[in-house]
Ligand binder design. Structure first.
Ligand SMILES: [Zn+2]
Length: 89
């Protein structure tokens, strides 16, 4: 149930990201809150799309920068500068 709501919020964030980027962020905040309250683990591919620092919905080359370093991928949020690293496969 909670998981369905989270998925739905990601869909909404995706569809609003051009017209209302600030609304996308609200959706992401809500998704994070739901995940916490219901102790739902957010799937990795969804987690990768939210900035931990400012909850921005991350879109490559729009709200985040993607860099490939040796062994990992570096994502940088363009709004708050927070970085995420993922091992590169
Ligand atoms: Zn950020």
């Amino acid at each position: 149930m909670a998981y369905q709501r989270i998925l739905r919020l990601f869909e909404l964030a995706e569809s609003h990201r051009h017209i209302h980027p600030e609304r996308s962020r609200e959706y992401m905040r809500l998704a994070q809150r739901i995940a916490m309250r219901y102790r739902v683990k957010m799937p990795r591919e969804l987690k990768m799309r939210v900035c931990k620092g400012c909850s921005t919905y991350l879109v490559p080359s729009v709200t985040m920068r993607v860099r490939i370093r040796d062994g990992y991928v570096l994502y940088t949020c363009l709004l708050c500068g927070r970085e995420k690293r993922y091992p590169y496969r």
